[in-house]
Design a protein around this ligand. Structure first.
Ligand code: NDP
Length: 314
């Protein structure tokens, strides 16, 4: 079979609409056959899978897979599976996804920095509650995880004049952001975050990283924003800290269990803003460019870009 004019990409997602992805990929790669899984007539022609949370056993139907493309930036659901084919796994790298995430993070940081939750609570009680605003330069904001999305968000917050610090696994240099790296630097980093923004991938190393002990290192009354994955933080410890107001407010987009169960105490805390895991999404027209580039690379025998290190988990 010629690998250049008759190969197929199979698509699966329960949350993303197929047609915009098909159309964007058709524009970027006119000679690629793009199909939903239930519309694949010849599974042997499938070389690429563009997937978000496919059902267990999904990949076994396609014996010639050469590339698995995660339809998103966070690959934890894929790397945790035991049925992945022996093919490279890539994440989406999409400038518009990074911009959308930076917008959400900026919204959350500004909301906390400008004490908006205080005014929302006061308004519900018909109370005029003046809090003197602080200059952005005085407010210390920490970003945990300085990857594609984390670095973009950190720069966006720095652009607003906040005192931004960032933490990652390996050392980084980002203009306007005081960067530190590694476990030895974590306690000092947390101790300096009046507003903490969690942007770490979920991996064996980061699961439960924000334990009760580490949350207690945040300054009294800190604000907490999680846009990465729920299990990075001990949710029960977070609920406890929010109840005691040692963490005064939180903006949470991700949770240990999603959808967040009705029984979760988080629903009943008036100092928590809950959004249903949508801080950022992959956008077909901009993401298709990267997917097309990787399909071309596989066709010409080159390794794909933005491959995930399966052992590391991101
Ligand atoms: P990247 O994989 O590009 O970067 C991850 C960052 O986390 C890197 O800076 C990395 O360090 C750091 N990191 C990883 N492990 C550790 C560790 N053990 N200790 C310290 N730092 C660590 O991720 P992105 O920035 O693109 O995305 C971050 C996460 O955001 C995704 O994994 C996903 O879970 C989440 N997400 C959430 C969305 C939502 O809608 N809520 C949408 C999209 C993504 P280093 O640079 O040294 O490798």
């Amino acid at each position: 079979m010629s690998r250049t004019d008759s190969d197929t990409l199979v698509f699966h997602s329960a949350v993303d609409v197929f047609e915009p992805w098909r159309a964007a990929l058709a524009t970027a790669l006119p000679n690629l056959d793009v199909r939903r899984a239930d519309d694949v007539a010849d599974p042997a022609s499938v070389r690429y899978a563009l997937v978000w949370n496919p059902p267990q056993g999904f990949f076994a139907r396609f014996p010639n897979l050469a590339l698995v493309i995660n339809l998103g930036a966070g690959v934890d659901a894929l790397t945790a599976r035991d049925d992945l084919p022996d093919a490279p796994v890539t994440r989406l790298s999409d400038p518009l996804m990074a911009r959308m995430m930076a917008g959400y993070v900026l919204f959350a940081v500004l909301r906390h920095a400008r004490d908006i939750p205080v005014f929302e609570r006061a308004q519900r009680e018909g109370r005029w509650a003046y809090v003197h605003p602080r200059a952005a330069e005085e407010i210390r904001v920490g970003v945990m995880g300085l990857g594609e999305l984390g670095a973009a968000a950190a720069k966006e917050i720095a652009r607003q004049g906040f005192d931004v610090r960032g933490w990652s696994r390996s050392p980084k240099t980002i203009e306007g952001v005081a960067c530190s790296a590694g476990m030895a630097a974590l306690s000092a980093f947390l101790g300096g975050c009046e507003i903490l923004v969690v942007m770490l991938p979920l991996t064996p190393e980061t699961r439960g990283l924000l334990s009760a002990e580490r949350l207690a290192l945040l300054p009294e009354g800190a604000k907490f924003v999680n846009v990465s994955r729920g299990p990075v933080v001990d949710e029960a410890a977070l609920v406890d800290a929010l109840t005691r107001r040692s963490i005064s407010d939180a903006t949470l987009d991700v949770f240990e269990t999603e959808p967040l169960p009705e029984t979760s105490p988080l629903w009943r805390l008036d100092n928590v803003l809950i959004t249903p895991h949508l801080a950022s999404i992959a956008l077909p027209t901009s993401a298709a460019t990267q997917i097309a580039e990787n399909v071309r690379r596989i066709r010409s025998g080159q390794p794909p870009l933005h491959a995930v290190d399966r052992r590391r988990g991101y």
